[in-house]
Design a protein around this ligand. Structure first.
Ligand code: ADP
Ligand code: ZN
Ligand code: ZN
Length: 764
């Protein structure tokens, strides 16, 4: 046996592996992830490395391959753990080891720090004064000079101060962390803005709630399990505003006090200033945040802080799961159902399963929470694989809203051609008059005002992608997939008819309608256009929370985050459009969005109303949402998934083939299917007919395709898919292994790509 070994764990060098022979006596311990001592270069020099792959094939003449010197025993280092996690990801989701390693290993920055470093106080002014007086008394002259300057100026330029006050870095050292900090320091960069920290430090503590009985019971039970070494994952099913975050914080507190570290996963769109403040107020400087807007360098710094024990809690989206904490005790996954927990790039891992695996490797616990758990997670909880806890009521102020379902077909019959039903309109007038706030929510999935010809039906599509262009107010047509932009045609390019126009409504259209029908109302709109700038999203929400507008119009973005206490009406325009999406999760997503949007109403002391406008008032996802009943939805949806063999009743593996030429993509997809059939025929259990078919008893993998993907072309790449379905996930990963091996040996699509996706969250 041979091992591929990396000697430098930095993302630039992850693909530089060296092959070594595994001596007989080390065979048992030379696993992927294991640290090894190897001879390196000339002479007798040995260095440390990590095994990232095993094979039976020597890459050189066997006698030229040196043996591994040793596999050291002792504590497992964090690098080893992350490498074996990468291996697990590769095995379970399909990707090269290199891609998997790049996912888990933080990017090492090579960018030079640009901001000037500054010295600031981390303690109160009184404490600073006390420190100063003590320095004078003890005749620490250098220290006294510094503290005096700090008291006078508040913050100091690091380099300048050292020079002008004639100080050395060593003189500052004893004060760092306790009295001062150096901001902008490459390693200690703190991503939480200085302003926020100051405010929090001055306020002392955010109001800290005494947990209510239900919250306390859940926290106690989880902490008790944790202390007893029980590591079964937990799922907290709690309605929006039921106080899940407070429960998380209670558990985090216990884990941190026991000397362990915590990763708190939050989908990026819910990762607001408010949330960060709550954590910061409770846990102070030992909290850090990661997000996708941070530079690679900033993120790398955060992982260094984590590894060196400078922080205990990392808050962030999916990628924060790989924070290199040496003593990880707990992973929390808020809004467990969110699609963004699934990577859309290979390896297409799901953070839920990966979190459970990471926790298993290091003896940590996983706690998930959601108001609308994914069907997958909830079904496991029902089966007892996860411990299920419930928080059925709101914790703070607020009463559940009244929900109204309005049938748009009836509106049309009553000659109401407005986008607002009569009820919604009347309620909007009422709220505007009472100076209460309104949120109008547009379900944008599959619904972006596309442009079509009323004479011939021609739809304007992106020339690079197989999707329709969206019309914007400035007269241009935009592809939301690749960003292509062109001006809207006056005449249909197909038939020359002048009757070519936008169809459906987007946020801009809604805004225009509101202005027309409610001329006095102050309106803000939130969509991809108004939030393009870095802080646009946050600014709009803040302005609305401050009462700067009466009506907030937006897409899925507005259902998360801020508590808007003055919102007493939520209107959901065309609730059912996401039902037309072509994937099996369409109902789940519709239900989720409706329930989350409804959760925005009546969070303050005033009762709220929610109006759901739809063409399908009888659909179970709308009915269940109107009744606020997750259980009802779950049972209907699970029955549907069972009937059609969709996850979690069965598992699906999608093979996505992409190529510049359509025939190439199609042929390769066909070859994938053929190869799969061959593999499956070979592996069929003895005594059974080695057959693959569309139906499928337990022994058979059903295959669908090849077919063009729903998004048949993207960025000028043609996309074909083949679907495989089986109840047993392992059967599909075994098939994937064989296909990967075949792809590596045969290279059936040079220049193109073949990707795997298990239990997809997106429509292909
Ligand atoms: P979730 O995470 O379930 O949406 P949060 O933890 O954000 O819920 O709590 C929702 C609101 O209720 C917040 O404003 C929070 O401050 C408040 N809250 C939570 N727990 C309590 C409690 N025990 N007593 C009073 N208010 C609470
Ligand atoms: Zn036409
Ligand atoms: Zn495009």
């Amino acid at each position: 046996m041979y091992a591929d070994i990396i000697v430098d764990i930095s993302s630039e060098n992850l693909d530089k592996t060296y092959q070594y022979r595994i001596p007989e006596e080390l065979a048992g311990r030379a696993v992927v992830g294991a640290p090894v001592i190897i001879p390196f270069g000339r002479g007798t020099r040995t260095i440390r490395g990590y095994i990232v792959g095993l094979s039976e094939e020597p890459k050189l003449k066997p006698e030229k391959i040196k043996p591994i010197t040793a596999v050291p025993e002792g504590g497992i280092v964090i690098e080893s753990r992350l490498i074996s996690l990468a291996y697990w990801i590769k095995q379970n989701y399909g990707a090269s080891m290199n891609e998997a390693l790049r996912t888990v290993i933080p990017v090492k920055k090579s960018v030079k720090q640009q901001v000037a470093r500054r010295i600031t106080a981390v303690c109160t002014r009184e404490e600073l004064t006390r420190e100063y007086e003590e320095a004078l008394r003890k005749k620490y002259a250098a220290r006294a000079r510094l503290l005096n300057a700090l008291l006078l100026e508040g913050s100091l330029n690091y380099e300048e101060t050292l020079r002008s006050l004639n100080l050395t870095a060593a003189a500052l050292k004893p004060l760092i962390g306790r009295v001062i900090q150096i901001e902008g320091d490459t390693v200690f960069r703190n991503p939480i803005p200085e302003g926020v920290r100051e405010t929090l430090a001055n306020q002392g503590n955010c109001p800290r709630h005494v947990l209510n009985e239900r919250q306390q019971r859940i926290a106690d039970s989880i902490i008790k399990d944790y202390e007893a070494g029980i590591r079964k994952p937990c799922l907290i099913h709690g309605v929006t505003g039921s106080g899940k975050t407070e429960v998380y914080m209670e558990i985090i507190d216990a884990v941190v006090k026991a000397g362990y570290q915590v990763i708190m996963l939050i989908p990026e769109i819910a990762l607001t200033y408010q949330t960060v403040c709550r954590f910061y107020a409770r846990f102070g400087e030992r909290v850090s945040v990661m997000n996708s807007r941070m530079s690679a360098g900033e993120r790398f710094d955060q992982s260094v802080r984590a590894k060196e024990g400078l922080i205990d809690i990392m808050i962030g989206p999916r990628s924060a799961l790989f924070t290199p904490f040496p003593k990880l005790g707990l992973i929390i996954m808020d809004e467990e159902h969110e699609g963004s927990y699934k990577s859309e790039m290979p390896p297409k891992y799901h953070a839920r399963e990966t979190a459970i695996e990471r926790a298993r490797q290091c003896g940590a616990m996983v706690v998930m929470g959601s108001a609308t758990p994914s069907i997958e997670a909830y079904s496991r909880a029902v089966k007892g694989e996860y411990t299920l806890y419930r928080l059925p009521e709101r914790a703070g102020a607020g009463t559940p809203p009244s929900v109204w379902v309005e049938d748009l077909r009836e509106e049309l019959k009553a000659k109401n051609r407005s986008i607002f039903s009569r009820r919604l309109r009347a309620m909007m007038e009422d709220r505007l008059q009472k100076k209460q706030q309104i949120m109008l929510f547009i379900n944008r999935r599959g619904f972006a005002g596309f442009v079509s010809c009323r004479s011939c039906g021609h739809v304007m599509k992106c020339p690079h992608c197989d999707i329709s262009l969206t019309s914007h107010n400035d007269g241009s047509l935009v592809c939301h997939y690749c960003g292509h932009r062109q001006s809207a045609p006056k005449l249909c390019p197909e038939c020359g008819s002048p009757y070519i126009a936008g169809f459906g409504i987007g946020t801009q259209k809604v805004e225009a309608m509101v202005h027309k029908e409610f001329p006095g109302a102050r309106v803000v709109r939130m969509d991809a256009d108004t939030t393009r700038t870095k802080e646009g999203h946050e600014q709009i929400l803040k302005a609305f929370a401050a009462g700067d507008a009466d009506i907030l119009i937006g897409t899925q973005m507005i259902v998360k985050g801020h508590d808007f206490h003055r919102v007493t009406l939520v209107g959901i325009l065309a609730a059912d459009l996401s039902l037309y999406a072509s994937d099996y999760r369409a109902s789940e997503r519709t239900f989720e969005l409706l329930l989350q949007a409804a959760g925005r109403a009546g969070r303050g002391s005033l009762a709220g109303d929610v109006v759901i406008q739809t063409y399908h008032p009888e659909h179970y996802s709308i009915q269940a949402a109107a009744r606020g009943s997750y259980e009802e939805f779950y049972h209907r949806e699970m029955a549907y998934r069972r009937m059609l063999g969709y996850p979690p009743a069965s598992h699906i593996m999608v093979v996505l083939v992409g190529a510049k030429q359509e025939e190439k993509a199609e042929q390769t997809a066909a070859a994938v299917k053929e190869k799969a059939e061959e593999v499956l025929a070979g592996s069929a259990p003895a005594g059974r007919e080695a057959r693959v078919g569309e139906s499928g008893t337990d022994a058979l993998v059903s295959i669908i395709g090849p077919a063009p993907a729903a998004l048949a072309r993207a960025n000028d790449v043609y996309r074909y898919v083949v679907y495989f379905r089986h109840r047993d996930y392992g059967k599909l990963t075994a098939l994937k292994d064989s296909l990967e091996e075949w792809i590596e040996n045969v290279n059936p699509i040079s220049g193109g790509s073949i990707q795997f996706d298990f239990d997809p969250m997106v429509a292909y």
